[in-house]
Design a binder for this molecule. Structure first.
Ligand code: PLP
Length: 410
């Protein structure tokens, strides 16, 4: 008799965004004429940059000619892309990586989920709370979670609250942990850490033998000078951190799919007998066995993001979203709300007024303003009493949504 992985049965039947979609569908069925504005899911809306499109057209043509046709690509990605990544995203910040330390992938979510394959099932995992749900759910699937308690916390996962009370700066865990997920600029709060705050985590990992999984999916939105773009800006991070990057938000690739993961050769974890094993080698083994790579056409598209025109065109889109974020921030502040994020990130995180809980606020916002947000509690217990809005919509819809907020009798 085949047995299932029962860890999956522990998961909440619905992913947060499926639950939101379900509620929105019910609302639409009951109010077919409602002009709904989505500021919920973090998906881009601006079309791809012209340089990216041109690069793809060219790559498609190459695939039609026997001399330039490509079949299976190199395991870790094409050199033309890896070289650009190293040069532009790292060397310019004084970080030196070898080509074998970068793994091109179909995006950050897959890699952050799959990385669990190469670590033991009984590692203790720490997450900041609220958190991008993928880190928690993939550890539930991998058997590292224990059981869900009445507060919505998994018994074996260590939650590190990030709230207005601690200025969204996570404090070091109060019990030993093996794996730490950090995401900065943060989804959902839109907040960041300074070099010194991030250094605290790198030092902790070096001192305790823990690993940091650093999600830098929103790196391109950083506007403030003192905010680190990569964890490798911190000395010693090469020994303890894996960094995940994505072209999804940097260049609007959410539908195209490309990202990359950096695993320096110095990052190791131990066997039970104490032998140090290179995670770079293990990940390479995992990827070459289970991952099919990213299409040549897509990797050419990603390469085009680094051309001077491509960079300027992508930056224009990011500036557009950041302007939306600033409009949202300004309006919410004018309404007297307590607002965070939206300066180095496309997310605005605000406290609901009068202690209204996140889902009630979400429901009211949907029915009274027809604007769809994301209830903060969906990202973890410490998200209760907060709501996230995204700046990825059109300018027109952002302004329209804010006008409705201004007119809203809350
Ligand atoms: N990491 C964070 C923090 C995200 O918010 C998202 C998407 O919303 C991802 C990763 C997913 O990135 P990708 O599209 O590359 O899978």
């Amino acid at each position: 008799m085949a047995l299932v992985n029962e860890n999956y049965l522990k998961l909440n039947g619905r992913y947060l965004f499926s639950e939101i979609a379900r509620k929105v569908d019910i609302y639409k069925t009951n109010h077919p004429k409602a002009d709904l504005i989505s500021m919920g899911i973090g998906d881009v809306t601006r079309p791809l940059a012209k340089s990216v499109i041109d690069a793809m057209h060219k790559a498609v043509d190459e695939m039609s000619i026997s001399d330039t046709f490509r079949g299976y690509g190199p395991d870790q990605g094409y050199s033309f892309l890896i070289e650009k990544i190293i040069e532009s995203d790292f060397e310019q910040r004084g970080i030196y990586l070898s080509k074998e330390e970068v793994f091109v992938s179909d995006g950050c979510k897959s890699d952050m989920g799959n990385i669990g394959d190469i670590i033991a099932h009984d590692n203790v995992v720490a997450v900041t709370d609220p958190v991008y749900p993928v880190y928690v759910d993939t550890n539930v699937m991998g058997g590292r979670s224990g059981f869900l308690n009445e507060n919505g916390e998994w018994s074996n996962i260590v939650y590190i609250p990030c709230t207005a009370e601690n200025n969204f700066i996570p404090s070091l865990p109060c019990k030993p942990v093996d794996i730490i997920y950090l995401c900065f600029p943060n989804n959902p709060t839109g907040t960041t850490l300074t070099i010194n705050e991030l250094k605290k985590w790198v030092d902790y990992a070096l001192n305790t033998g823990a690993l940091i999984f650093f999600d830098a999916a929103y790196e391109a939105f950083i506007t403030e000078k003192e905010v680190p773009h990569s964890i490798y800006e911190i000395q010693g991070a090469r020994q303890c951190a894996i960094e995940f990057r994505s072209f999804s938000k940097t260049a609007g690739f959410t539908g195209l799919r490309c990202g990359y993961t950096v695993i320096p050769k110095d990052v190791t974890a131990k066997t039970r007998s104490g032998e140090r094993i290179s995670l770079n080698a293990l990940w390479n083994r995992r990827q070459t066995t289970k991952f099919n790579g990213v299409s040549y056409i897509t990797q050419r598209a990603a390469e085009a993001v680094y051309s001077s025109e491509g960079r300027a065109q992508c930056f224009e889109n990011i500036a557009y979203y950041l302007e939306n974020a600033s409009i949202v921030r300004k309006n919410l502040l004018q309404m007297g709300l307590t607002v965070f994020g939206g300066v180095n990130a496309p997310y605005i995180w605000f406290k609901t007024p009068k202690g209204i809980d996140s889902w009630t606020f979400f429901d009211r916002m949907l029915s009274e303003t027809n604007v769809i947000g994301t209830p903060g509690v969906g990202f973890g217990p410490s998200g209760e009493g907060y709501v996230r809005l995204t700046a990825f919509g059109s300018r027109e819809n952002t302004l329209k949504a804010m006008k409705r907020f201004q007119d809203w009798k809350l």
